[in-house]
Design a binder for this molecule. Structure first.
Ligand code: NAD
Ligand code: 3DD
Length: 511
């Protein structure tokens, strides 16, 4: 089949040509969707002082001139503000969401239309994202954003969870080995989709496509804990192809977004999904790291009775010091009403736990990927007819166990699973509020500017932005609260051994 024909061959069940050459693909580019999105974007910017300050600081200077950024990060209103900041600083940007449920369709519309465009004449950025993508559509979208209309690729990636970074690396690895594993060898549906994509790309573009893309990628900035973990793994096994900046471990990202963002958005999601009263209910938070801490605060804020599970004795001790019971899920699974996984790990809640849960127990995950709750095993029980899956509304499902006897009238019990085990705050709500994301995304813009300017000086490593930039991000956000800093005297600065203007802490300081 010739290249043109291969290009027009549709990808899996998407009905979409693999190299579709579309300017964008979103759910709703209607004038009302654009209006709504632009209006919420205006409101968001009032709450995003860090991004606004960067736009002012670099107005007209175009520090990102020449940057071609492919972004894979939840397509929300806040992300639209990030996108338009990158564009105002001179970058060319193409975008996808990093989760099939997290896109806010009016945000995508706002980004495509742009500040100077409209639904009829969009002048924004190419976005390939809509809420409720299938997995094959998700990976189709990722490929679209990686390929510019002239066939070239990005020179920077902005990633959240590492999926864009992953597909470029896998593509190169299989081109190097000369062999792409058969789709049938995949141990998950999603890996099967990725392998299908790699096979079809190879058939259409030969076996140097991914090397070609990778050759122009100068670096990646990674948003989240799990994506950072994947990057350090690549450094460990010597497979990282380009420099990376770990945005997650900027203090003004993880100690704010991961904690206070989840504090805000977890109960928002549970309430929108179920309308259940949280007060007085027994809630189990699996993991007491940054997200776990925010999640506990979120549930305690609603007067839930919260316990946590942990593997790390330090985090467990922190929980104890807050009067939070540290338990094992096996010991409490029959008595709790709400379960939230926050570990960034896998197989935290299995079907063996679900079988034992109370009738209508609520099960959700706020970690990045959907492997914290064993949804694959649960779906196998549905396929086998042992469990009925009932959609209550999008991203809210009742799973009715037909053979248990502790449900109503001694018959089977049900559990309510939110966002199909994917991150619940973006699947069932709108994620973190703008102010919190402003700090995260100010770090992202700084990271992209640093890579654009100095990527080659980094080598194939993972780096965290310097502390003075972290403190700059914090400074940019204090005004919103009317906070007034005290100034060190020279004598005081000498006494504690720091510069009058900071940095005020060593890199070892833990906040
Ligand atoms: P973290 O490393 O700070 O915390 C994870 C905690 O889970 C650790 O304390 C670890 O000891 C614990 N843990 C690991 N395996 C466990 C197990 N089997 N049982 C109990 N505890 C276990 O990570 P984090 O920054 O809190 O991020 C957690 C996850 O949330 C990551 O996947 C991250 O990418 C994601 N995240 C999501 C959002 C969101 O908006 N949904 C925001 C930020 C981060
Ligand atoms: N994340 C949470 N809320 C978000 C929002 N409103 N827009 C974009 C992304 C959002 C996820 C982030 O917390 C990301 O930084 C992560 O997962 O760590």
């Amino acid at each position: 089949m010739n290249e043109t024909a291969m290009d027009s061959k549709t990808f899996m069940d998407t009905g979409l040509p693999l190299f579709a050459g579309l300017p964008h693909k979103i759910a709703d580019l209607s004038p009302e969707s654009v209006r709504f999105g632009r209006k919420e974007l205006d409101l968001a910017l009032v709450e995003m002082p860090g991004l606004v300050a960067l736009r002012e600081e670099y107005a007209g200077l175009k520090p990102l001139q020449g940057a071609k950024i492919m972004g894979s990060l939840h397509m929300t209103i806040q992300t639209a503000a990030l996108i338009e900041t990158l564009v105002q600083l001179g970058a060319e940007v193409r975008w996808v969401s990093c989760n099939i449920f997290s896109t806010q369709d009016h945000a995508a519309a706002a980004a495509v239309a742009g500040p100077d465009g409209s639904a009829q004449t969009p002048r924004g950025v190419p976005v390939f994202a809509w809420k409720g993508e299938t997995l094959s559509e998700y990976w189709w979208c990722t490929l679209q954003a990686l390929v510019w209309p002239d066939g070239s690729g990005p020179n920077l990636i902005l990633d959240d969870g590492g999926d864009a970074t992953l597909v470029v690396h896998m593509g190169c690895e299989y081109e190097q080995s000369g062999e792409i594993p058969a789709v049938e060898t995949a141990d998950s549906q999603e890996l099967g989709v990725i392998l299908s994509l790699l096979h079809q790309v190879r058939a259409a573009r030969g076996d140097r496509f991914w090397h070609g893309l990778a050759s122009t990628i100068r670096g990646v900035s990674e948003e989240t804990t799990t994506g950072v973990h994947r990057l350090y793994e690549r450094v460990e096994n010597g497979t990282l192809l380009f420099p990376a900046i770990n945005v997650n471990d900027s203090v003004t990202k993880s100690k704010f977004d991961n904690v206070y963002g989840c504090r805000h958005s977890l109960v928002d999601a549970i309430m929108r999904a179920t309308d259940v009263l949280i007060a007085g209910k027994r809630a189990l938070v699996c993991g007491f790291g940054d997200v776990g801490k925010g999640s506990v605060q979120s549930l305690r804020g609603q007067s839930a009775r919260v316990a946590v599970t942990e593997v790390d004795p330090i985090c467990a001790l922190q929980a104890c010091m807050l009067g939070i019971d540290v338990v094992t899920i096996d010991d409490v699974v029959e008595d709790f009403d709400i379960f939230v996984t926050t570990t960034g790990n896998k197989s935290i809640i299995g079907v063996r736990h679900m079988r034992r849960m109370k009738h209508n127990a609520i099960v959700c995950n706020i970690g990045h990927f959907d492997n914290e709750i064993d949804m694959g095993d649960l779906e196998k029980l549905v396929a086998a007819g042992e469990v009925d899956k009932i959609q209550i509304k999008p991203q809210v499902h009742e799973y009715h166990f037909k053979t248990t006897t502790h449900g109503p009238e001694g018959r089977g019990h049900s559990i309510l699973v939110l966002a199909e085990g994917r991150l619940v705050n973006l699947g069932c709500a709108t994620g973190h509020p703008s102010f919190v994301m402003s700090a995260s995304f100010t770090n992202q813009v700084m990271a992209q500017m640093e890579l654009h300017k100095n990527a080659e000086s980094y080598g194939k490593t993972v780096t965290v932005l310097p502390k003075h930039l972290d403190e700059k991000v914090a400074r940019l956000h204090l005004g919103k609260f009317g906070a007034k800093l005290t100034t060190l005297t020279e004598e005081q600065a000498r006494y504690i051994g720091v510069p009058v203007d900071g940095p005020y802490k060593s890199d070892l300081y833990r906040y």
